[in-house]
Design a protein around this ligand. Structure first.
Ligand code: FES
Length: 518
């Protein structure tokens, strides 16, 4: 098993051994490209650039697959969360076509990599079903189908669906796909190393200095590069993209069925948030993967309830023998519905970012890798402009932008100072957490199952919002831009790049001492 940015264990994570890099990094070399982040985006980008003749170094703060790649449900779709109709409205008909072409090419890239490098990751092209259950959903579904058909996606109306749900209308979309994401990126990592690329795990980037070359300070020493790519899901530090992306959590189960009625296809309902189902065989066992219950990170009081809701929903429709895995993971929605891929806003031209993939991270990772590879090797394509993180789109996304930032302000000035009783220190049961007022300070407390208190300063080290407890993942989550920390304040997710201030509590619980730790 490998580690992930969560305390729950995903189906993928629980069925793979840690990756062991085989090549040593050279601290005296100047790499052409330093890629930060060992998920699917970082590894795909690194491989494409290494194969394009660039000398690449990939730095991962934990282990490869630690972030959302280890927690995704790994659907590969050309039907996207942002519909083609929305893309046409927010951008143009030509741009919708370009997106359709790009995501198709990304699935093709995955298939080619699997064939070229003989990666055993359960990849299959399969059909997807999208079904509506009332008049309003039917209307929305018809609009999705119409705009997707206009982009050349093969869609047919269905009078049956492969899952036991009532429906008013359903469409089948061909040429969608699925795979095991960790098995896939392990294959990419081996191919990258074989091509001469270097992977360093347990290497957190602390700072970069961009002069003639980029000097990258890390927990394992300094590295030098000509270009740097942030493939960390959302970049660290403070940047415009943080104000243009909204973090969400999504919940997933991998269950075994008593009646073997595993659907061969990808299935989606039209709820808000929607549920999704698919089957994957891992290590010789079939699992039904079900997902949903999405909510904005840090905006849900009881995250364990999300698992309970999802399990009840799955049990209502399937004959569940056992729930073998439950996990949650994070994704970022962009303000205008398309990802931000390219030069990082406010940074020199040799600093790149890929973020805001929404619920389509698996396909957009491939799009990001191709766009960034093309920019770095000097092949300029129309996608460079379309996905440019510096684009300004005061369209539907603008509403999101304003709403989101109003929320940030509310959290700063409202949630930082609510009244809590000091007695909460003593009243917490094992497994509970709270942010309490203590001698004029706010303290985030977690009492572990052994009754030991863990205390941290709840002020997020990114832009100073107050974190809240995620009971499902035993983490402190920031509601503003999605930084997450473990119970002792260690960073799990960017954009934070510094841990929460750790507080030592004396035995009589009347004294609290603060410690800085990185
Ligand atoms: Fe930005 Fe916490 S993630 S303030």
């Amino acid at each position: 098993m490998i580690q992930r940015d969560a305390s729950t264990i995903s189906l993928w994570q629980g069925n793979i051994d840690p990756f062991q890099p085989t090549l040593m990094a050279d601290h005296t070399a100047t790499y052409d490209v330093i890629i930060v982040g060992g998920g699917i985006t970082g590894l795909t980008t690194a491989l494409l650039l290494q194969e394009a003749g660039k000398r690449c170094l990939l730095l991962e703060a934990n282990n490869i697959g630690f972030g959302t790649t280890g927690g995704t449900t790994a659907h590969l779709n050309t039907i996207l969360d942002t519909t083609y109709e929305q893309i046409e409205k927010n951008f143009s008909k030509e741009d919708a076509g370009l997106v359709r072409e790009s995501v198709g090419a990304a699935i093709g890239l995955i298939q080619q990599n699997i064939e070229r490098f003989s990666i055993d990751c359960g990849f299959d092209y399969t059909d997807a079903y999208l079904f509506a259950q009332d008049d309003q959903q039917t209307e929305a579904l018809e609009a999705i189908a119409k705009s997707a058909r206009a982009e050349g996606i093969n869609i047919t109306l269905q009078d049956k669906i492969p899952v036991p749900f009532h429906f008013t209308k359903a469409y089948k979309f061909t040429e969608q796909a699925r795979f095991n994401p960790l098995a896939y990126i392990y294959g990419l990592a081996r191919a990258f190393e074989k091509a001469g690329g270097v992977i360093v795990q347990d290497c957190r980037v602390i700072d970069i200095h961009n002069t003639k070359h980029i000097k990258v300070d890390t927990t394992t020493g300094e590295f030098t590069g000509m270009n740097i790519v942030y493939a960390t899901h959302i970049p660290p530090g403070i940047n415009l993209v943080h104000l243009r992306c909204i973090p969400y959590r999504s919940y997933a189960l991998a269950v075994r069925l008593a009646d073997n009625a595993y659907p061969a296809e990808l299935i989606y309902d039209m709820h808000e948030p929607y549920h999704y189902f698919r089957t994957q065989e891992v290590n010789g066992k079939k699992y039904l993967i079900a997902g949903g219950e999405d909510h904005q990170t840090g905006h849900h009081e009881n995250t364990e309830q999300c698992f309970r809701n999802l399990e009840a929903f799955v049990r209502e429709h399937f004959n569940v023998k056992s729930v073998d895995y439950k996990w949650s993971s994070q994704f970022y929605e962009s303000a205008d519905g398309l990802p931000y891929i390219g030069n990082m806003p406010g940074q020199p031209d040799n600093v790149y970012v890929a973020t805001g993939f929404g619920g389509n991270g698996m396909v957009y990772s491939g799009v990001a890798a191709m766009v960034i590879r093309n920019i770095i090797v000097g092949k300029h394509r129309a996608t460079e402009k379309l996905f440019d993180p510096n684009r300004i789109k005061p369209v539907a996304g603008f509403t999101n932008f304003v709403t989101h930032n109003a929320d940030v302000v509310k959290l700063f000035f409202g949630k930082l100072f609510p009244a809590h009783k000091l007695t909460a220190l003593a009243e917490m049961a094992p497994g509970e957490a709270q942010v309490v007022n203590y001698e004029g300070n706010r303290i985030a407390l977690y009492k572990d199952e052994e009754g030991v208190l863990h205390a941290v300063n709840p002020v997020c080290t990114h832009m100073k919002c107050e974190v809240g407890w995620n009971s499902a993942e035993h983490s402190w989550d920031c509601p503003c831009h999605g930084a997450r920390y473990d119970a002792d304040g260690r960073v799990l997710n960017t954009p934070a790049d510094r841990n929460l201030e750790h507080l030592d509590i004396s035995h009589d619980t009347t004294k609290v001492e603060a410690h800085e730790h990185i």
